[in-house]
Design a protein around this ligand. Structure first.
Ligand SMILES: [Zn+2]
Length: 557
């Protein structure tokens, strides 16, 4: 019965007698079951977890940052780690921002100091929807072992315009990191050092160019704020591609030039203004013209430069007056002088008397011979022409009557008037006392070969001779044994010609030259004809030339 019951137990029979169907059922459902079991386990695990760790609220978190200081200084090329942790330890999101860029989400960030300057590193932490921010400022400083070497051959010069400063330097040929640019800075407060570099005024940055050895920049008053007349310091540094500045041990001070106007008058040897005379001061386009009053103005120029001033007139020769052709004048190396006189007297190309072949019929040749400005003297190493400081020149004639009964005083005083008649202008003026005289006559018998002689009395510290120096007093000796009045007057007339600056004797072969060694008969045709026109022009030119004019500056040819 039992067996029967067993065999007919529909339930048991079902399980026992249908194993294959069961197996099929299991196989078809196994993956689903497994998934369910897995989810169950996950659920249990999660339930267990939540039940074994305490819940941390955001407000219970404390953060530990490394480094602790918010300001970190690193040498260029170094690196360091930045990191964050919480207490209690929780899992939270991190985002590292370097300047404007996201650079990491790990608990730590490895920072490389690649650029001189300050980097901003910001960490944003997020837990349970709450955000925390932390910022480090990383100051990357130069590493002395890799900074570029000092910029070499820094030099300063004046530019073409007043206030201009030209700064030049040489490239840095070798450096650890490639050079990116050069920086020029200026300070009015003293020397520029690497320590006070940032306080100096940065005038400009200039890219380092491949194969460019020399650099040069001009800074101006208008564009760059150069202050004329001020002393400024300048320095040049190089910046490499990692932001390191070159070493700096020296800056250079420099007086910034001030504007200078070269101004004066152009006139002829008669003292007449010359208009429309071109005055060149160097470069081809550097020219001005004298105006209707003969005035010319050049500038503003830097007061530190020197210029050659050249008149550009017609060079064709002409004879006699009027003459609009001149020996051009070149004033070399004209420098700034607040008291300077930049007047230019042009000497006419008059030509000479036909008998003056000895001077090549060239008035300038004659003029220089007569004024002894052909060669320097031992006491006047230049070609400067020195003349009386003022005209008319004061002459004293002492009372004297010779053994021959000649009234030297009256005769000589008359000669003073002859000169003024000859020149058509007062060149000599009689005075009553030797003290106020510039030319003092005296009469005697010195036993010389000459009937008269003229010599410099003051200044005489160095045994100056006529022409060596600006005369203060000249003595004129006239022999007291002259036989007649004409001899006295012609001798005196001749000696006063020496006193007026014609130091030499004329070597023209013709007549009519008071400065000939043999001038007998010169007064025969009246005093107005006693001085040759060539001599008159020379005496007049001496008077009208600016004191100390370099006669060699005239274009002689
Ligand atoms: Zn003489």
């Amino acid at each position: 019965m039992g067996h029967h019951e067993f065999e007919h137990n529909p339930e048991r029979g079902l399980f026992v007698s249908m194993p294959q169907e069961m197996s099929r059922f299991l196989k078809s459902r196994i993956s689903v079951i497994c998934a369910l079991v897995f989810l169950l386990f996950l659920f249990i695990f999660a339930a267990c977890s939540s039940s074994t760790e305490p819940v941390v609220l955001p407000e219970d978190l404390t953060f530990q940052y490394t480094p602790t200081s918010g300001l970190v200084t690193l040498f260029h090329g170094d690196s360091t780690d930045f990191s964050v942790a919480t207490n209690p330890s929780v899992t939270f999101a991190k985002q590292w921002n370097l300047n404007a860029n996201v650079v990491g989400t790990e608990p730590a960030y490895h920072f490389e100091a690649v650029h001189i300057g300050i980097d901003t590193l910001r960490l944003e932490s997020t837990y349970s929807g709450v955000h925390w921010n932390r910022t480090w400022y990383v100051n990357i400083v130069e590493n002395s072992t890799t900074t570029p070497p000092e910029v070499a051959s820094v030099s300063l010069d004046h530019g073409n315009e007043a206030g201009d400063v030209e700064v030049s330097w040489h490239m840095i040929p070798q450096s650890t990191y490639p050079i990116e640019e050069y920086q020029v800075a200026m300070s009015y407060d003293g020397a520029i050092t690497s320590a006070n570099w940032t306080e100096a005024t940065l005038l400009g940055s200039y890219p380092h160019l491949y194969n460019q050895v020399g650099y040069s920049v001009v800074y101006s008053e208008a564009e760059d704020g150069m202050l004329p007349g001020e002393v400024a310091w300048f320095a040049v540094r190089a910046l490499d591609e990692v932001g390191q500045m070159s070493a700096l041990s020296s800056s250079y001070n420099h007086l910034i030039s001030s504007p200078w106007f070269i101004e004066g008058y152009v006139f002829d040897d008669n003292g007449e203004a010359l208009s429309n005379v071109i005055i060149s001061y160097g470069c081809p386009s550097c020219r001005v013209n004298s105006d209707s009053e003969g005035r010319y103005v050049i500038g503003p120029l830097p007061n530190v430069n020197t210029y050659d001033l050249t008149s550009l007139t017609s060079n064709s020769s002409c004879d006699g007056e009027p003459c609009d052709s001149f020996y051009d004048f070149i004033a070399h190396d004209v420098t700034y002088d607040p008291e300077g006189n930049y007047d230019i007297m042009l000497l006419g190309r008059y030509g000479l008397d036909d008998s003056c072949e000895n001077y090549d019929l060239n008035f300038m040749t004659y003029f220089r011979e007569m004024t002894r400005t052909v060669f320097p003297t031992s006491l006047r190493p230049t070609y400067e022409l020195f003349k009386w400081e003022s005209y008319p020149v004061k002459v004293y004639v002492p009372p004297f009557t010779s053994v021959n009964g000649l009234d030297y005083e009256s005769l000589c005083k008359e000669v003073v008037g002859f000169w003024n008649v000859a020149m058509g202008e007062e060149y000599l003026q009689l005075v009553d006392s030797p003290e106020e005289a510039m030319i003092e006559l005296y009469f005697g018998d010195e036993g010389t070969l000459y009937a008269g002689r003229t010599f410099l009395a003051q200044p005489n510290d160095e045994d100056f001779r006529l022409g060596d120096v600006i005369p203060e007093k000249v003595l004129v000796y006239v022999w007291d044994q002259l036989p007649n009045a004409t001899n006295v007057q012609e001798t005196t007339m001749h000696e006063l010609g020496h006193s007026l600056g014609l130091f030499a004797h004329t070597v023209c072969s013709g007549d009519g030259f008071i400065m000939s060694a043999n001038h007998a008969g010169i007064l025969a045709n009246g005093p107005e004809n006693a001085v040759h026109p060539d001599e008159k022009r020379a005496v007049r030119a001496i008077r009208n030339l600016p004191q100390g004019t370099d006669i060699s500056a005239f274009d002689w040819e």
